[in-house]
Design a protein around this ligand. Structure first.
Ligand SMILES: CC(C)(COP(=O)(O)OP(=O)(O)OC[C@H]1O[C@@H](n2cnc3c(N)ncnc32)[C@H](O)[C@@H]1OP(=O)(O)O)[C@@H](O)C(=O)NCCC(=O)NCCS
Length: 210
């Protein structure tokens, strides 16, 4: 397995990457920000993506976005092809893109929003901390990327203060913790189900009263 900074020679993978992201979202039935093939192709061309290849077969992908003139960086669109899951590939891709982002944008805060426990675990191990949305970029373009997520109405209703996703942030200037911490999965699973019952219930209620 090769985990590489993507370049023009990988442009041919843009459509399989988009298809794999969309198919995974369909199967999970969860919210996801959709990305066009052109958008993925631009990330590949500009050296702002990491691709995992098993020989010539696509195995995984993740890309970099910058916000507020490089004050914030997001490592987004993580996808591992179903054939390659459960083998530590997402961890390897996220580690590679995290180190690459740190080198390319050394002063940037690196952040992500996710509902996925696997991604929360990986981010936490890399040094991200869970934060409120107010600590993330306020660039409207970033949040507009959520418009294609099926939970977007929640984000609008809460005036961008909260959604089903958890915000996580790595601040290169923050002091590293003295003791190695691990993510308490139970706490985050519980938090997710509390948010779902509060926010989705209201949503249903709103729909039935209209
Ligand atoms: C989420 C995804 C990227 C994980 O890829 P993967 O290569 O199987 O992940 P890894 O093998 O590196 O696992 C990383 C950690 O998460 C855990 N994990 C993996 N899938 C998990 C799941 N569905 N639920 C809870 N934990 C999970 C692993 O046990 C591992 O933890 P450990 O280090 O304590 O053993 C992959 O399932 C995927 O592409 N899903 C669809 C797209 C998606 O959800 N993208 C994230 C958008 S934010």
């Amino acid at each position: 397995m090769q985990i590489l900074i993507a370049n023009e020679t990988h442009l041919g993978y843009a459509s399989v990457i988009c298809e794999t992201i969309e198919e995974s979202a369909r199967q999970r039935g969860t919210g996801i920000a959709k990305r066009s093939t052109e958008y993925i192709a631009t990330k590949i061309k500009n050296g702002n993506a990491v691709i995992a290849l098993d020989g010539k077969t696509f195995a995984g992908f993740c890309y970099i976005e910058t916000w507020e003139h490089g004050k914030f960086v997001a490592n987004s669109g993580l996808i591992v092809h179903p054939d390659y899951r459960g083998q530590g590939l997402a961890t390897a891709i996220k580690t590679k893109i995290f180190e690459y982002s740190n080198t390319k944008f050394p002063d940037a805060k690196i952040f992500g929003i996710t509902t996925g426990l696997a991604v929360m675990k990986i981010n936490y191990d890399l040094g991200y901390e869970p934060v409120t949305f107010s600590e993330l970029t306020d660039d409207p373009l970033f949040w507009e990327g959520c418009q294609t997520c099926k939970n977007y109405d929640i984000l609008q209703r809460t005036e961008r203060k909260m959604c089903l996703c958890t915000g996580m942030l790595y601040d290169p200037k923050a002091q590293p913790p003295k003791h190695k911490k691990t993510l308490n999965e139970k706490v985050f699973s519980r938090l997710k189900s509390i948010k779902q019952s509060l926010l989705l219930k209201k949503d249903k209620l709103k729909n039935t009263t209209v």
